[in-house]
Design a protein around this ligand. Structure first.
Ligand SMILES: [Zn+2]
Length: 269
């Protein structure tokens, strides 16, 4: 797994968008002086344009990244411009973003109803906000890959490149596999992997380096309560699967894990 200079440049550009959008949205949340039902709309007036703008920037960066990969094959990139409405905003979850970005408030209110102090309740709300937002920024990327790759006949599969800045232990296994380009690349909340398109003969390989394997052991141990340090990487392919999540599509998780709500997936830590 080696990132080319192009991968690194694109990865750094997207990471910059994440940092800026996460920071601005978090400041809008923290800057509310009350978090009642009446404050939801005020928060959304500030945050939703920032979030949509971030998704659009990531979509544009991703489209030009894929175009440069395609040109490297000596091919002409597609002439059809990317339809932003298909890869951002409501299209990502098929749910109105106003409903999605009300959920952090619901989390805070239910913590208060459980007699948590206000600061703890707000912290729970802020964490849910962060999870939702990171997921949406990554969905803008995966939806763009699917949309743009549809017009690039030389590409057949998608693969992922780990960036390592955020926790993507589940993606260590996923990075040894390829997925058909017509399917959304499976993600998990917090996933910031680069998703790239490749030709049919590209082999992502099965090699997992020692440091990443150790990280994977730890996550599997936390999630399943068992570890098998002698296990070969191939065994993990049976533990880590892509579950279909009704709202956000394929989500990497552990075999047997079930979702009960729209985004009740814990962030791996
Ligand atoms: Zn990832």
């Amino acid at each position: 797994m080696t990132l080319t200079r192009r991968d690194q440049r694109y990865g750094a550009q997207v990471a910059g968008v994440w940092t800026s959008v996460l920071g601005r949205v978090r400041r809008s949340w923290d800057g509310l002086d009350s978090w009642r039902d009446a404050d939801v709309a005020r928060f959304q007036r500030q945050a939703l344009p920032v979030i949509l703008g971030g998704q659009r920037t990531i979509a544009a960066l991703t489209a030009s990244y894929l175009e440069s990969l395609y040109q490297e094959l000596g091919e002409q990139p597609p002439r059809r411009p990317l339809d932003m409405d298909r890869v951002t905003g409501r299209s990502l979850r098929d749910v109105d973003p106003a409903d999605v970005y009300r959920r952090p408030f619901v989390t805070a209110w239910s913590s208060l109803a459980d007699d948590e102090p206000l600061d703890v309740a707000l912290d729970h709300g802020a964490r849910r906000l962060e999870t939702i937002l990171k997921t949406d920024l990554q969905l803008a990327r995966t939806h763009t890959v699917r949309e743009v790759a549809a017009d690039m006949p030389r590409f057949t599969y998608t693969v992922r490149e780990l960036q390592g800045e955020y926790d993507c232990a589940l993606c260590i296994v996923a990075s040894t596999q390829r997925y058909h380009k017509r399917n959304l690349a499976p993600i998990h909340p917090g996933c910031d992997c680069i998703v790239k398109t490749v030709t049919a003969d590209y082999d992502p390989g099965q090699i997992i380096d020692e440091a990443r394997l150790e990280q994977l052991h730890r996550v599997v141990e936390e999630a399943t309560g068992q570890s098998d340090r002698g296990a070969r990487a191939i065994d993990y392919r049976k533990i880590i699967v892509a579950n279909d999540h009704g709202e956000i599509g394929p989500v990497l998780g552990f075999a047997g894990q079930r979702f009960t709500g729209p985004d009740d997936i814990p962030l791996p830590t």
